[in-house]
Design a protein around this ligand. Sequence first.
Ligand SMILES: Cc1cc2nc3c(=O)[nH]c(=O)nc-3n(C[C@H](O)[C@H](O)[C@H](O)COP(=O)(O)OP(=O)(O)OC[C@H]3O[C@@H](n4cnc5c(N)ncnc54)[C@H](O)[C@@H]3O)c2cc1C
Length: 236
Amino acid sequence: MKAGIFTTTLENVVDMGIQDTRHFKLAFDPGTVFDFDAGQFVNILVEKDAKTIKRPYSIASPPSWKGFIDLCWKRVDGGLVTNLLWDYKKGDKLTIQGPLGRFTAHKPLPKAIIFISTGTGIAPFRSIFHELLREGTACEIWNIFGNRYDEDILYQKEFEELAGKHKNFHNIFTISRPKTWKGEKDYVQFMLKKYISNPADKHIYICGLTNMIQEVQKTALEIGFTKEQIFFEKYD
Ligand SMILES: Cc1cc2nc3c(=O)[nH]c(=O)nc-3n(C[C@H](O)[C@H](O)[C@H](O)COP(=O)(O)OP(=O)(O)OC[C@H]3O[C@@H](n4cnc5c(N)ncnc54)[C@H](O)[C@@H]3O)c2cc1C
């Protein structure tokens, strides 16, 4: 679908944990058609000092959930738009532009896809996981997801439920500053090395901040992945 401008209504606002992260459910007006591919993003448009400012946010819900989209975003220290969005409440209007971007699962799917993210970098992957699993893919899906603290794991219960329902969906949650966490504790690039050895017929998708993406790319190339097998979306 060609990108357009849409006025949406904030139907739900959820605080996601301790890392100043929020989940927005944006409802379209009845009858609005908004088709997108899992993994795409929208621009949020806000007015400030008589100027329109745009920021991209990945769509965190799959295309099959009709009438609304989810976003998952973190308030950035000193950040212009996220500090404005922090005051938005249920019922407020939000203008978006989209769908945009090409960070989608390339078909035909390989034997396995390893999705690697930290923090809100999980947003496009939540969309892709639900979409691929709904389609009944046989592709092995790995969700390597890094966060700082035990309570930061966004959508943890939902991902655990997906793993319970689908044998080909695997969660590797890793916590870099654990409190009582008994699971993995190293950075995501080390999880890639630990769990994925043979790169044949596998793709890697990485989403989040540049530093993490560079570390994962470096590790992936060391394991034997080629650049053509690696796809990424940088948030900064
Ligand atoms: C394709 C795309 C999709 C994106 N999707 C999401 C998303 O789903 N959720 C989300 O939270 N963000 C997402 N971002 C980042 C988002 O667009 C904004 O850059 C971010 O919210 C900061 O906006 P701001 O106006 O508050 O900060 P600004 O005033 O623009 O600047 C703050 C500074 O912080 C940097 N920065 C950006 N993101 C972060 C971060 N997460 N942590 C620390 N520093 C950061 C910026 O590069 C900039 O230097 C995405 C970016 C891109 C390019």
